[in-house]
Each structure stands twice: as C-alpha cells, then as structure tokens.
Design a binder for this molecule. Structure first.
Ligand code: AMP
Ligand code: FE
Ligand code: FE
Ligand code: ZN
Length: 289
C-alpha cells in the first residue's frame, strides 16, 4: 500500500472551514501519512497543526500559499518546509494581511452602495476567527439570503469581474519565491491552469522564468486538472527539472466538492512527492542562492 499524502490544504487560519487541528485529525483518520497546511498568505495555523501532528503521529509540512502578481488569471505560489518562526517571513506576510484588512471594508462599502446592507461583523462571524477573505463574504451574503449560492456571490459580486470586486496588493513572483526561500522553504507553482496561459509554449516560458527565480516545483496533480493538463505539467516539470507536487486544495465546507483523502487524484498523491521536495530542500540548503 503506497503512503498517501496531501500537499495543499486550508484551515480556518485562512478560508477553510475546519481549525488546523481538525484538518490534521481528519487527515489522520483518512489514513494519510503526511499533510501540508497551506493557508492563503498566512502561517497562523502552523503551530497548531504541527502540535496536532506530533500528538497524532502525522507528518506535518509547514506551508503557505502566496498570491503573486501576474498579468492575468491568478498566480498562487506554495511554500513548503517553512521555518515558521522566521521574523522576516512574518513581516512579509503581514504586508499581505494588511492589504486584506484594507480591502475587506472596501468590498463591504461597494456592496452597501449596491443596496446590500451586509456588515463586516456579519462576515467576521462566518470566518472562524482567522483571516477574512472573499469566500467568507460570499458565505455571509448567502447566509443572509442576498444570493442563492456561494457561486452566485462570486459570479455577481466578488469575482474578478464582479460588481463589488476590489483588487488587492500582491508581491511580484520574484518576491513571493524569495520570501519562501529566505524562510528555508521550497517554492512550488500551484494549479498552473489558473495562469490562463494562451498555449503550452507560454506556460513553458512562465515556468522557465519562475525556475530562474528559484521555483523548485510544479503542482501537477490537482482535482481540477484535466488529464491533458496533468500530462503537460508533468512533461514541463521533467523538461525544466522541477519537482512534482500535488494536493486537493481542501477547504472543508467552503469547497464541499473536495473531500480530504477522497479526491479523484488521491492515489497519485504518494510520499514520493514529499521525498522529491525534500531532496530539493536539501539541495537548496547545501547551495543557497
Ligand atoms: P481572496 O483571497 O480573499 O482574494 O479570495 C480568494 C479565494 O476565493 C480563492 O482561494 C478561492 O477559494 C475563492 N474564489 C476566487 N474566485 C472565485 C470564483 N470565481 N468562484 C468561486 N470561488 C472563488
Ligand atoms: Fe481558498
Ligand atoms: Fe490556490
Ligand atoms: Zn489553495
């Protein structure tokens, strides 16, 4: 029996619905061997996850998922094996957390101007106490009956073309990768299709550029990848000498179609991926820069 892992998950520290310890407990119950907690722009859940992993006997890979600047689509960069005590990492992430804190009231103000009297307090009530993001605003809109579904909230109001959309500050990819590496971590491009590349050649050049900036891997296995996309990403990883990663992007009830340990690609998420990423980490630490 191969040892199964999941290298992309979210908790209430960002926009997942389960607290970090519950994500770890569920992963253990579902028979996983290793789990990376990769909350959006925050490492606030890592201490709890690592402690729960030690208690329950599950390897926890301290991670993060950083939104980086890209001309279109969205670029998310995963960081693994972080030194989560790094003051520099905390400082850099605080910039992103401030950007969110500034943006959320602006979104609420736009909704109010559209005749929807939603308050920040209502949004914070559904966030589980962690960082507040658009999925929480979507959920609050749905719970208050202003939309028929979370998806409608994004389609009409919160998506990048929505009526209440507000953009927020993002670091350029070079800085996102640098902050991960400065914390001793390994940087991996998440779900490459969200870059909306025009063709495989364009994706190849973006990946080559990121590799030049210190990117160490690509998330090839992901529930929303088509078989063609998966094959392309694996081929590009091989060609550009990048490690292969994969994960479910578990968000609990905030993304109910993704069940931890039970996604279609789960059989491909084996401990080999962790071993490959650890080899990159060892190489980086031996020859930094
Ligand atoms: P934020 O980090 O606050 O900008 O919110 C980003 C999160 O919102 C992403 O991680 C997704 O989980 C979710 N999201 C963004 N766009 C959409 C969309 N069009 N439909 C559904 N969920 C979305
Ligand atoms: Fe999310
Ligand atoms: Fe993502
Ligand atoms: Zn994610």
């Amino acid at each position: 029996m191969p040892q199964l892992v999941d290298l992309h998950t979210h908790s209430t520290a960002s926009d997942g619905s389960l607290p970090p310890r519950e994500v770890v407990r569920l992963a253990k119950a579902r028979g996983l061997t290793a789990l990376a907690l990769t909350d959006h722009d925050t490492i606030a859940g890592l201490a709890e996850a690592v402690a729960a992993g030690a208690e329950l006997g599950l390897e926890i890979i301290p991670g993060v998922e950083i939104s980086a600047r890209h001309p279109r689509g969205s670029m998310h960069i995963l960081g693994y094996f972080l030194d989560w005590h790094s003051p520099l990492l905390a400082q850099r992430l605080a910039v992103l957390q401030q950007a969110r804190a500034d943006r959320n009231p602006q979104i609420i103000a736009k909704l109010n101007a559209l005749g929807i009297p939603l308050t920040l307090a209502q949004v914070e009530a559904v966030s589980g106490g962690g960082q507040v993001g658009r999925p929480h605003i979507a959920r609050a809109l749905w719970e208050a009956g202003y939309v028929a579904s979370i998806q409608e909230a994004f389609d009409v109001y919160l998506g990048n073309d929505g009526k209440a959309y507000v953009s927020k500050f993002r670091f350029p990819p070079a800085e996102a990768i640098a902050m991960i590496r400065e914390a001793g971590g390994v940087a991996v491009l998440a779900h490459p299709f969200t870059l909306h590349p025009a063709d495989p050649g364009e994706l190849r050049s973006v990946l080559a550029e990121l590799a030049g900036l210190g990117l160490a891997g690509v998330e090839c296995y992901y529930p929303e990848h088509t078989p063609e996309q998966e094959a392309l990403y694996l081929a590009l990883a091989r060609e550009l000498n990048l490690a292969v990663s994969g994960g479910s992007d578990f968000h609990g009830d905030n993304k109910p179609e993704v069940e931890l340990g039970r996604v279609s690609i789960q059989a491909k998420l084996t401990y080999d991926l962790v071993a490959g990423l650890k080899a990159r980490r060892a190489a980086l630490r031996a020859a930094p820069g």
